[in-house]
Design a protein around this ligand. Structure first.
Ligand code: NAI
Length: 337
């Protein structure tokens, strides 16, 4: 059992030297990770479907094989395809190639292992190196000589060296060993809980608050949609606040704001906290018990009816229409679309 919460800043690449690494998927994470691993002098092959991602990996100089063939040749297999397709791909194309042999399997998220949707064979080491960053940003930081945060986990330690592989991989993909780079010893379950809880609470709460704010000020108080949208998010101030939170700290960034704003926030935080706490508790419990994973699994199995309908409702909302109008005027969106 790892020392949960312990931080690591650097690691030894040695466990990966001489190993063949199959990066399965060349999308958001796959491309960034494969490029950085190759630059670190490691032996990388890409496993992919015959689609545009295959073409891209091939154009960028990688040996690209089918998922089966790449898995067959690899000592470490990094599954970097969308979480919702990974169980099927793993079962059909990876599992038959690794049965009975020692191999390391890496995931960039805890989801499929935490909820038992993928069950790797016992002889495999199962590790998680989960970046807290999108692929393009990883590449950008890497070009600037910087690292980034990752959560590390081990679900199966058949070789006894799984943590060494996880840390080495985190170094190989440019997360550790550079300024800004940090690994948190974590678990698949912990990563799945906090990642899903952000997606089920914090992110939709921000969007819901924006929608409600917009409707109230424009419909009840006659505020122009232009003024409301610029105030809410189009100015980019929200992004600046996010950056200040990351760099200075959640509460230190408050000091950059006016005293009026500080007073309003300090006195309203407890009010919203009382309203939000039971909602966050409810969602956390649902995620922890696997109910969200079941809900999302059923949604996919039934052909995405709620997903499709929810997008249609959102896109026809007044806020979406007003935003479209404003963004065309501002030149942020093509006038023809
Ligand atoms: P993505 O959507 O960019 O993946 C595209 C790749 O998946 C392509 O190579 C495509 O050929 C392949 N693919 C798609 N459908 C397939 C199928 N049915 N069979 C075989 N291959 C298929 O994926 P992304 O976003 O890079 O996610 C990969 C992993 O990284 C996931 O576990 C995700 O949770 C994790 N992750 C993603 C982050 C992100 O910012 N997108 C951040 C941190 C972790």
């Amino acid at each position: 059992m790892a020392d949960l919460g312990r931080l690591v800043f650097d690691a030894d690449l040695q466990p990966l030297r001489g190993a063949k690494i199959a990066v399965i998927g060349y999308g958001n994470q796959g491309r960034a990770q494969a490029l950085i691993l190759r630059e670190a002098g490691l032996d990388v092959v890409v496993g992919n479907l015959r689609d545009s991602y295959w073409e891209k990996a091939s154009r960028e100089g990688f040996e690209v094989l089918s998922v089966e063939e790449a898995s067959r040749k690899a000592d470490l297999i990094s599954i970097l395809i969308p979480d919702e397709v990974a169980p099927e791909v793993f079962e059909a194309s990876v599992m038959p190639e690794i049965r009975g042999r020692s191999v390391v399997i890496n995931f960039a998220s805890g989801y499929n292992i935490a909820f038992g949707l993928i069950r790797p064979p016992e002889k495999a080491d199962v590790i998680m190196v989960a970046p807290r960053m999108v692929g393009e940003a990883i590449l950008d930081l890497h070009r600037r000589g910087l690292g980034y945060p990752v959560l590390l986990g081990v679900a199966q330690n058949a070789s006894g060296r799984a943590w060494d592989y996880a840390k080495a991989l985190a170094k190989g993909i440019g997360a550790l060993g550079r300024p800004g780079g940090v690994g948190v010893l974590s678990s698949f379950e912990e990563e799945a809980l906090i990642d899903l809880l952000t997606e089920n609470t914090l992110a939709p709460m921000i969007l819901a608050a924006i929608e409600a704010f917009f409707d109230i000020v424009t419909q009840r108080y006659g505020v122009s949609p232009e003024a409301a949208i610029l105030e809410l998010y189009a100015s980019g101030e929200l992004g600046e606040l996010g950056r200040a939170m990351a760099e200075r700290g959640l509460f230190e960034q408050l000091k950059l704001q006016s005293r009026t704003s500080q007073y309003a926030q300090l006195t309203r935080i407890p009010v919203f906290r009382r309203i939000l706490t039971p909602l966050i508790e409810r969602e956390a419990e649902r995620i922890y018990r696997g109910e969200f994973a079941r809900e999302w699994g059923l949604e996919r199995l039934s052909g995405f009816p709620v997903f499709t309908r929810s997008w249609a409702i959102l896109e026809s909302s007044r806020l979406a229409r007003e935003e479209d109008r404003l963004y065309k005027i501002l030149g942020r969106r093509s006038k023809r679309s």
